[in-house]
Design a protein. Sequence first.
Length: 900
Amino acid sequence: MSTTTDTKYVYRFGNGRSEGNRHQKSLLGGKGANLNEMSGIGLPIPPGYTITTEACRYYVDHDGDWPAGMETQVQDGIQHLEEAMDRRFGDPENPLLVSVRSGAALSMPGMMDTVLNLGINDKVAAGFADATGNERLAYDAYRRFIDMFGDVVVGIDRSRFENAITKLKEERGVESDVELTAADLRDLVDRYKAIYRKATGRMFPDDPYKQLHLAINAVFGSWTNDRAVRYRQINDITGLKGTAVNVQAMVYGNMSNNSATGVCFTRDPGTGENDLYGEFLVNAQGEDVVAGIRTPRDISEMQKLMPSIYDELQEVCDHLEEHYGDMQDLEFTVEEGTLYILQTRDGKRTGPAALTIATDMVDEGLVNKDHAVKKLVEPGHLEQLLHPQFETGVDYEDDVLGEGLPASPGAAVGRVVFTAEDAENWNDDGEDVILVRVETSPEDVGGMDAAEGILTSRGGMTSHAAVVARGWGKPCVAGCDDIVVNYDQKSFTNGEITVQEGDWISINGSTGEVVLGKQPLRDPELSGEFSRFMSWADEFRTMAVRTNADTGPDAHQALDFGAEGIGLCRTEHMFFGEERITEMRRMILSESADEEQAALEALLPYQRTDFADIFRAMDGHPVTIRLLDPPLHEFLPDANADGEVEELAEQLDLAPEVIREKLRSHEEFNPMLGHRGCRLGVTQPAITQMQARALFEAALDVQAEGVDVQPEVMVPLVSTVGEFRHQKQVIEDTVNTVFETRNDSVDYQIGTMIEVPRAALQADQIATIADFFSFGTNDLTQMTFGYSRDDAGTFLPHYVETEILEKDPFQALDRNGVGELVEMGTERGRSAAPGLKVGICGEHGGEPSSVYFCYEADLDYVSCSPYRVPVARLAAAQAALVNAEKNEPTAPPSGNGAAA
Ligand code: ADP
Ligand code: MG
Ligand code: MG
């Protein structure tokens, strides 16, 4: 950075003008950029100036020095304020007081707080009292200043000041601060100064410029304090220069009963209703509202109390919404009947509110549809809308048992059970249950399915419980270490409270809360606003969105959410269930081809029925069916589990010892890198044949019913073109036999997963004989990083915490490594087969930043679990809109007034 005296470090605003604007957040911070903007469009903003984040950067890099030229600009800035306010800094006759406010590009708790009333000292306080005729105001401002300056600039423990005021109130026999007289407050100022002297060994600084200098330095310095650094780490905030500092003329909400201060949203952030929503306090200064010293009043009361101010505030809100094209969250102060705006920003809101605000603002003509789609609803907001939620307005704070990870959104209510078996049995008896486990494993899926929701005391966002629950759209709170699960007692405790089997609890998988008792739930509302908004998103979207679904009901659900096909139908789940699993085991453990064939024949009708259900559900949409993928031992019982082995032995009419021996022979050291995927189909082509036959017989059956069937057969885990050629041949031979036997046919495609890095490298070879590619980014991530997803929980969180990894690559697609393979595979594939259809079917397909990436990589579709489909639709639409914007000439930023 150049640091000549010409560099501009100070941007002034006030009196309807400004030197900066809202597009300069990285230079002026969010607060500063918006103060400049608001001043530029003529809103009533107390004049002030913003010191840039670049100045902060210099300060941090140069051991606390200011860059050359900044000192003068800061002084000139004060002069600007003096002229604008017709008051003078440090002048007892007609004093100007200022606030010093921090503000980085992103809001960041942990940095220095605001100092109000700076520029005051004994003489100024006396003059201020004279000038305003309000001695109480002057000494109240003075004592607050010493308190805030002492706390935030010098680091004196705030409780020391609190104790002093409490003691004074006791001495005077009064309850509240407002009952203290001007003389009391003057007394308090002396006591505060003594505290300051004792704590620092120095006199309280009288010189306003010295106060200003120290306060600016304290804001700059707070950028690198532990709390702020830690906050940026946790929240993945990198690449910011520093914090800006705003110096602004004080206005007084505590001047009289015709003065007030408050905060307000331009619309209700909980419901989206178009009414001012907020709180205010009469005769109070800004921080009183937040500090909770007095109970603020609802903003609606202002309409009666200060009608003309209320109208003015409403006008400002309308103006801001029109200008920003979004709901705003603002701070205001009324000084003797004059309204001032002190801050604005885009307001945070719930999912339902986001949708209502977006559709209302379009209807009101404030924004157009593309703006609403691009800016007013976040993809994550939609997830809140698809599931039941806790009813709003119900206070359950006292019943919260603990908080875990919000692993799968939605709320659920049920009676507590501790085993998967109990969950199934209770559910059969018509009970709603919540399955509570330390962790879950694949054996628990039946019980997980039967439960309304799942709660675990251990495990992260990619734990088994979390992944399975998200896939099904079932609410799940994972890793809630506030509770201790005791399987023997069938209970869990959170310290004081013990929850027994059968007790009712409620979980909120969107927030991670676990609540005792039955919370009232609110059902999702998918028609109306939701479908209207989603249809707008679809207008701008260019990339298709499919779903990962294994059953007819899941497929229907996904269609309701707007899926345009199935991108991944896993066939392995079809082999579970009482009779199926026995035949599957018979097939796996068979010793002759005849035996194997007989078992496969028995399995075939099940598969055919399942495929037929899915084809019917997806009438007119493509269905990608993946051939058997997991290692076979996943279908077998544990060799050491006594009961199960005996049971299987009886079913297969073999000795238990024989079964045990066979089970041992199927064990693998690294099953995920072992005998699975197309490797099974290559060594046991009968499996592929059976699956292909079931698939195409189902396709012809359903087609005969008049359904438009579009099957796409997908071969998993291919790493060489030879594997794919082999499997393709087996499939084609089977298809031809089916077509001949039936004297009928159907159009179909045969393609492959790209999930082994070698396949991405060999994509041009494979593409010459494949109809489509689908990136399986779960395995591709595992194999590119060499991380076992099932074991990564021991080190991945640490990697993310220490920023060795920016994000968990199993949650958000790793653009640099895995992403490069996706791009390369797509390019190489299309170089050999122009127009090759390419999609992605890993869990990433429903994660917004990964969807953006897929759009940029020019994929034809993403595929994700049913409940993520709307998320992916919106993310894909936003990606298209952002891209369109990039290719437009940039419009000149608005609201950029001339220099003040
Ligand atoms: P935060 O980021 O914590 O909201 P702010 O800088 O917005 O900090 O200030 C804290 C409080 O002080 C707010 O209520 C704000 O309205 C009030 N405040 C800040 N500057 C002034 C000022 N110049 N005049 C009156 N009140 C102010
Ligand atoms: Mg703050
Ligand atoms: Mg604020």
